[in-house]
Unconditional design. Sequence first.
Length: 258
Amino acid sequence: MNDLSLFSLDGSVALVTGASSGIGHEVAIGLAQAGAKVVAAARREDRLVSLVEKIDQQGGEALAVALDVTQRDSITNAFDKAEEKFGQPVNVVVNNAGVGMAKSILNVEQEDIDHVMNTNFTGAFYVAQEGARRLVAAQAAGSIINIASILGMGGKKAHTIYCASKAAVVNMTRSMALDLQSKNIRVNAIAPGWFDTEITHDYFQTEHGQNFLQQTPAGRPGEVQDLIGPIIMLASNAGAFVNGVTLPVDGGHTATWI
């Protein structure tokens, strides 16, 4: 076997949640380029049209599906459509859908907790569970990749609920990996550090943002492309002996933590 073939996703069907923009959008393209048939999922299916067209133009195969991770029926429907389209179970799940929240603990309300936890943790759990159940029924191997955050491994002022939701994802990943290893299903997580996204871009242009970046080992924010390689590794046979791990992709940021 050629060493590079370990990273091939030929014959795989990969479902990516939150695929309409940002990390999910680019990861969907990267997985398709690695050979996977891609199920691009987001709450608004109309925002996935250009993504599917781009993958098709590059010689890949993709399907757009509406998916609200907070609704169990929506999750089931998305997996049903994937199987109808590609004739096999989804064997790579990238749990990327998520929401942020910056609010002092003194001002957090019940609806804030419900909104963040239902999307970042509960939704991720049910997507992973649905994928795992179908793989077990088909006696097929698979890989589940949860997008956590380095803030799930530490803390940040005014981000208590967000940090808690991502910490839940980190520990869900560990326990789920142990539950499913005997079924030949691996479960891992990626913990992005500070990335240049729609939410953070303006901040990184400010003097405070630039000073912050200069204090980090990489000296720059992450770019979405920095995540594609690690995700392909975890999705493919290249990561066959990696299970229950949360991999920081942060330019060395967590290495500075005491």
